[in-house]
Design a protein around this ligand. Structure first.
Ligand SMILES: *[C@@H]1O[C@H](CO)[C@@H](O)[C@H](O)[C@H]1NC(C)=O
Ligand SMILES: *[C@@H]1O[C@H](CO)[C@@H](O)[C@H](O)[C@H]1NC(C)=O
Ligand SMILES: CC(=O)N[C@H]1CO[C@H](CO)[C@@H](O)[C@@H]1O
Ligand SMILES: [Fe+2]
Length: 627
C-alpha cells in the first residue's frame, strides 16, 4: 500500500528539459536505470549522437551537401574511409571523453568514421538488390509484421471515397500474369498465393503534407506471389501521389514491374527503394515505437499503481517492465521529440508523431496475440491437423514460425503460473487488486480506448492468461524481432533507405538522363544523403545493442523471486523449453530447404534466438523493452 501512496503523491512527473549532455530526465525511482553500467553508456551514447554529432553534421553538410557517388563509396563507412570534416572532429573531441570516442563515433579522434560491417552485406555486397531478398525481408527482416494475403484484385482502399476519391489500385492483370508460373490471377487468389505489402491507405492522407517537407515520396502497394519453391516473387509496385487538383480526384499512380535490364531495371530498383522508405518509417514509428515501446507503458503504470509487489501477477509481469519507462523517457526527450533525431532520419519528418498517434486508433489489444495477428493478416488459417491448430500459408515464414514457438511457450508458462494462484474463474472475479488493475489500464492507461468492446473482461482464467501472455509477448519477443535487426539490416542504408528526397525522374528531364547514364548515382542521390545516412547508422547501431547485464526470456535477475515451489518449478520448465526452442531454430537455419531463413544475403534468421551476449549480436530476446 505504501508503494501506491508514494507514486500517487509523487509531485514530479516527466517533463521537458532543456537539452544538455548531462540529461537528467525524471523517471519514477523504481523505474530508473540504476543497476546498469552499459545502459547508462547506451543512453550517454544516444545523447552524444543527437546533441553533438547531429548539429555539427547538419551545419557542415548544409554548406557542402555531400553525396555518395557509388556503392563503393558507401562501403567506405565500414572500412574506415569516410573522412569527417575537421570542425566536427574538434567539437567531438572537446565534448566526448576519449574512451567513448571509439565506441560512439567510430573514430579514435582521427578524421575517419568506421562502423562495423552490417550482416546484410557481410557475405555478399550486392545480394540485397535481388528481388528475392527484397521480398524475403518482409518475412524475416525487421518489419515482418506487415505482409498480408491479398483476397481481391485489384487491391481496394478503405479510405472514404467522398474525401479521397477512387483509391483503387491501378495494377492490372497484364502487369502480373506473366509471372504466375502459368496460373491466372483468380487461381492464385483462390489458392491464396498472392500477398501484398500495403502502405497505401495509412500514408495517403499525409502525403501532400509530407511532400511539402524535404521528403519526396509515395504511398505504395507491393504485390507478391508465393512460388512453388516457397520463396516470394515481387510482381509489381504501385507508387501513388494525391491528385494535384485535390484529394477528391483520387490518386495518381505509376506501376513498375520487375525487369532485368536497361532503364526499366533502374526504375524497378528505384521503386523498391521507395517501398523501403515507407516500410522503414512505418517500422520505426508504428511497429517499433507505437506497437511495443508506447503501448506497454500504461501496463507498467497500472501495475505499479494497483498491484502490490507481493501480488502474483505483479511478480509475473515485473521483469517485463525493466528499464522501459527510462528508455521511453529518453526516447521522448531526444529521438521522437519535435526536431529530434527521428524527424531527421524518417520520411514522415515533422508529421512523425501525428502519424503514429493516428495509427494508434487501429491498435487492438487482443490482435497483438501472435496467432490473432497472423489470422487477421490472412497469412495463417485455423487447421486442427497442424501444431497449435494454425497452418501458415507461407510455410517458411521465419518470424511467424519462430514467433509461434515462443508465443506458445510463454502461454504455457503463464498458464502454469496462474494455475498455482487461481483455481477457478471465481477467484479472478474476487481478486479486487486484479480488477482495479484492469479497470485502471482500460479506463486510464489506454483511456482513449476505454469504450472498445474488445477488451478482455477479466472474468475468467482464460482471459487473465491470454492478457498476460500478450503483455509478455509484446515486451519481449515482439520487441526483439522488431528492434535488434535494425543495424544488421538497416546499418547499410541502401538496403533499408529511410528517407527519399526526390521523386522518380520523368522522361525528358536532366534527372532522367542521369538515371540512364548512372543509375546507382541516382539511387544514392534519391535515398542516401550522407548526413542522414551517418546519423541514421549511428543511431541504429546504438539501438541494436544489448547491455551486458541484460536479462533474457526464461531468466530472472534474482533466483528467489518467489518462495512458491510450484511457481519456481514452472519457471524452470519454461527456461528449459526456451533453450530447446533455440536449438530447434538453429537446426532450421541449417536446413537448406528453408530458403527464406537464409536468402541471397546468406544471413540466418536469428532475431528470435532467445539468448545473446551483450553488444551488437542480431539475436537475443530481453525480457523487456529496454532499448
Ligand atoms: C524459386 O523459383 C523461382 C521460379 O522458378 C526461381 O526463379 C528462383 O530462383 C527459385 N529460388 C530459389 C531460392 O531456388
Ligand atoms: C534462495 O533460497 C534458497 C532456499 O531458501 C537458499 O538456500 C538460497 O541461498 C537462496 N539464494 C539466494 C541467491 O538468495
Ligand atoms: C514539393 C513537392 O514536390 N510537393 C508535391 C508533393 O505531392 C503533391 C501531391 O502529388 C504535389 O502536388 C506536390 O507538388
Ligand atoms: Fe526498441
Amino acid at each position: 500500500m505504501l508503494y501506491v501512496v508514494v507514486i500517487l503523491a509523487d509531485p514530479k512527473y516527466e517533463s521537458r528539459l532543456n537539452l544538455a549532455l548531462s540529461l537528467n530526465i525524471y523517471v519514477p525511482r523504481d523505474e530508473r536505470f540504476g543497476h546498469l553500467k552499459l545502459a547508462d553508456f547506451l543512453s550517454y551514447a544516444l545523447k552524444s549522437i543527437v546533441q553533438v554529432l547531429k548539429p555539427e553534421f547538419e551545419s557542415i553538410f548544409d554548406k557542402t551537401p555531400n553525396e555518395f557517388d557509388s556503392f563503393e563509396d558507401v562501403l567506405k563507412l565500414y572500412e574506415g574511409g569516410l573522412e569527417v570534416p575537421e570542425g566536427v572532429v574538434k567539437v567531438i573531441r572537446d565534448n566526448v571523453p576519449l574512451e567513448m570516442l571509439k565506441e560512439i563515433f567510430r573514430t579514435d579522434g582521427e578524421r575517419f568514421l568506421k562502423f562495423p560491417l552490417p550482416q546484410v552485406i557481410a557475405v555478399d555486397k550486392f545480394a540485397w538488390r535481388t528481388d528475392e531478398e527484397f521480398a524475403r525481408e518482409m518475412l524475416a527482416g525487421i518489419n515482418p509484421v506487415m505482409i498480408r494475403s491479398l483476397e481481391e484484385f485489384p487491391p481496394a482502399s478503405k479510405l472514404d471515397p467522398k474525401v479521397y476519391g477512387d483509391q483503387t489500385s491501378t495494377i492490372t492483370k497484364e502487369h502480373i500474369e506473366s509471372n504466375l508460373e502459368g496460373h491466372t490471377i483468380n487461381e492464385v487468389i483462390i489458392e491464396r498465393k498472392l500477398f501484398i505489402l500495403d502502405h497505401h491507405d495509412a500514408l495517403m492522407p499525409y502525403l501532400r503534407r509530407i511532400n511539402s517537407t524535404s521528403t519526396k515520396t509515395y504511398a505504395s502497394r507491393t504485390l507478391l506471389f508465393l512460388q512453388k519453391n516457397g520463396t516470394l516473387k515481387p510482381l509489381a509496385i504501385e507508387l501513388s501521389l494525391p491528385h494535384p487538383e485535390g484529394d477528391q480526384h483520387g490518386a495518381i499512380s505509376k506501376v513498375f514491374v520487375p525487369e532485368e535490364k536497361g532503364v526499366e531495371n533502374s526504375l524497378w530498383q528505384l521503386a523498391k527503394g521507395y517501398v523501403g522508405v515507407v516500410d522503414s518509417g512505418y517500422h520505426q514509428l508504428i511497429s517499433h515505437w507505437l506497437h511495443t515501446h508506447a503501448v506497454i507503458e500504461p501496463f507498467i503504470i497500472a501495475t505499479n499503481r494497483q498491484l502490490s509487489v507481493l501480488h502474483p501477477i505483479y511478480k509475473l509481469l515485473h521483469p517485463h517492465y525493466r528499464d522501459t519507462m527510462n528508455i521511453n523517457a529518453l526516447g521522448r526527450q531526444i529521438l521522437i521529440n519535435a526536431g529530434g533525431a527521428l524527424e531527421v532520419t524518417v520520411f514522415t519528418s515533422k508529421y512523425s508523431m501525428e502519424f503514429s498517434s493516428m495509427l494508434y486508433k487501429d491498435w487492438v489489444f487482443p490482435e497483438q496475440a501472435l496467432p490473432q495477428d497472423l489470422l487477421k493478416r490472412g497469412v495463417a488459417v485455423k487447421d486442427s491437423s497442424c501444431p497449435h491448430g494454425l497452418k501458415l500459408l507461407i510455410e517458411d515464414y521465419p518470424f511467424a514460425v519462430d514467433g509461434l514457438e515462443i508465443w506458445f511457450a510463454i502461454k504455457t508458462w503463464v498458464q502454469d503460473y496462474c494455475s498455482v494462484y487461481y483455481k477457478d474463474d471465481e477467484s479472478i472475479k474476487k481478486d479486487a487488486e486484479l480488477q482495479s488493475w484492469w479497470k485502471e489500464l482500460r479506463e486510464k492507461g489506454h483511456g482513449d480506448k476505454k469504450e472498445e468492446i474488445w477488451w478482455p473482461k477479466m472474468q475468467t482464467r482464460e482471459e487473465l492468461i491470454e492478457t498476460c501472455t500478450i503483455i509478455i509477448w509484446i515486451a519481449s519477443a515482439l520487441h526483439a524481432a522488431i528492434n535488434f535487426g535494425q543495424y544488421p539490416y538497416g546499418g547499410y542504408p541502401p538496403n533499408r533507405p529511410a528517407i527519399s528526397s526526390k521523386l522518380v525522374p520523368e522522361k525528358g528531364t536532366p534527372e532522367y538522363d542521369e538515371l540512364l547514364a548512372n543509375p546507382d548515382k541516382t539511387y544514392l542521390k534519391t535515398f542516401t544523403s550522407q548526413f542522414k545516412a551517418v546519423l541514421g547508422i549511428s543511431l541504429v547501431e546504438i539501438l541494436s545493442r544489448h547491455s551486458s547485464d541484460e536479462v533474457y526470456l526464461g531468466q530472472r535477475d534474482t533466483e528467489n523471486w518467489t518462495s512458491d515451489a510450484e511457481a519456481l518449478e514452472a519457471f524452470a520448465k519454461f527456461g528449459k523449453k526456451i533453450e530447446d526452442i533455440e536449438e530447434g531454430m538453429k537446426r532450421m537455419n541449417n536446413d537448406e530447404k528453408l530458403r527464406n531463413r537464409y536468402g541471397p544475403v546468406k544471413m540466418p534468421y536469428t532475431l528470435l534466438y532467445p539468448s545473446s551476449e551483450g553488444g551488437l549480436t542480431g539475436r537475443g530476446i530481453p525480457n523487456s523493452v529496454s532499448i
